[in-house]
Design a protein around this ligand. Sequence first.
Ligand SMILES: [Zn+2]
Length: 502
Amino acid sequence: MIVNEQEVRPMTLRLFNTLTGQIDLVTPADGEAVRIYACGPTVYDYGHIGNFRTFLQVDVLRRFLKLTGTRVRHVMNITDVDDRILNNAAAAGISIGEYSGRYEKAFFEDMDALRVERPEVMARATEHIPKMVELVQKLAAAGAAYQAEDGSWYFRLAAFPEYGKLSKKDLSGMEDGARVDLDEYEKDSARDFALWKSAKPGETSWETAIGQGRPGWHLECSAMAMEYLGESFDLHTGGEDLIFPHHENEIAQSESVTHKIFARHWMHVRFLLVDGRKMSKSEGNFYTLRDLLLKGYKASAIRMALISVPYRHQYNFTFEGLAEATSAVERLRTFCKRLTEGSFAPGENPKLQAAAGKAQTEYRSALANDLNTAEARAPIFDLLRAANTAMDQGELKAGDRDAILVVLKDFDAVFDVLEDGDAVATQRALEWAGQEGRLSEVAPELLARQGLTDAEIEALVAEREMARKQRNFARADAIRKELADKGVVLEDSKDGVRWKRK
Ligand SMILES: [Zn+2]
């Protein structure tokens, strides 16, 4: 049975738009699917939790759209050529493909561990060079690009008077003709930026109609977004650090050629702090997903923590917060198990029916309101408390269980923490640590726990049973302790012994 189906009408997402500075509706211009371009990773290193916060918040976006019956066509780029990749690959003495391939693989493993849905299209920069060359040619024809003495191509900022409209920066003092060829450059200086960089000796490059070289970072996103989504599309996402110059440059490159609005709506995910400070390697507060998994934190808890603060709020990552997320996931899973495995008398409890309907409506409304994940979580936990109390008192009926399960399904369509895939993610991280010689970073409890396979645990449980039958209680207790030390909890019940990993 679906609760209050009439009340749970598809909701239209209202989302802050950096371009207009207001909350706008997200609708598909073509009436079919919301076309989304998301700036993806530069695969030169392992992703850190700030990167994953952005990808997770975009995951919330796409999942909520789908939950409300909206189709999405979501494209994400993989930047597999840039200054850092070229330098690091050269230093390691390997090709850029080999170098970036390693980190691209790691990126997808991490995304899977965090259960981030794959976009409909993943586009590697190096596989779209002809499209980028074509765009430079069009820009040159429009008078918006020029070639410098060294063969590199630059975008002429003076050709695009709207430059700055996304970041709202006052760029009146910008110097005509001043150039920059770094992919990432200083925040407050607008310069003619590199579209195409001529090949330096020994560097990986492509022989093309505009010369031998490689694309700049900004160019790839414009070319690939338009390739897969058309000249004008619905929504562009990225971290707040990309607003300027990257997204401003994407707009300039695209609109100078098409004279159409590039993306109608821009969603930017705010930065993450760690213990109230900027995360940085030099501060010693820099964490990749793998660092946290090796410390013994579960992937589901990391997902929960990174999405529970709405995308427009700065998120302050702390280990207390991660512990809170761990227990929140645990409570949800225990509740779901109790509900699905329990037996309940037929019928409905009107109070619980009303509570379930209210929770579902509030949950969806909160997400429809600028993806407010914190407000969306609250009614779910209210319902959990009410239902647990009713179960304790024998007042929860089969019809209520069904109604609550519908709400949980809705919740999990976006939050996706109920199914337990944590052991697999942790196991993968441990195998990786073994290969990379990083086992010394693994939390001792985790190593101990991972020391036992299911079969080994079963064997110890059986041995303990035998010891108890033989009244060898010292041996039985020793086995219980050994299992407990390795994170395995035993529960004796009238039906026998059950075990679970902590
Ligand atoms: Zn981009």
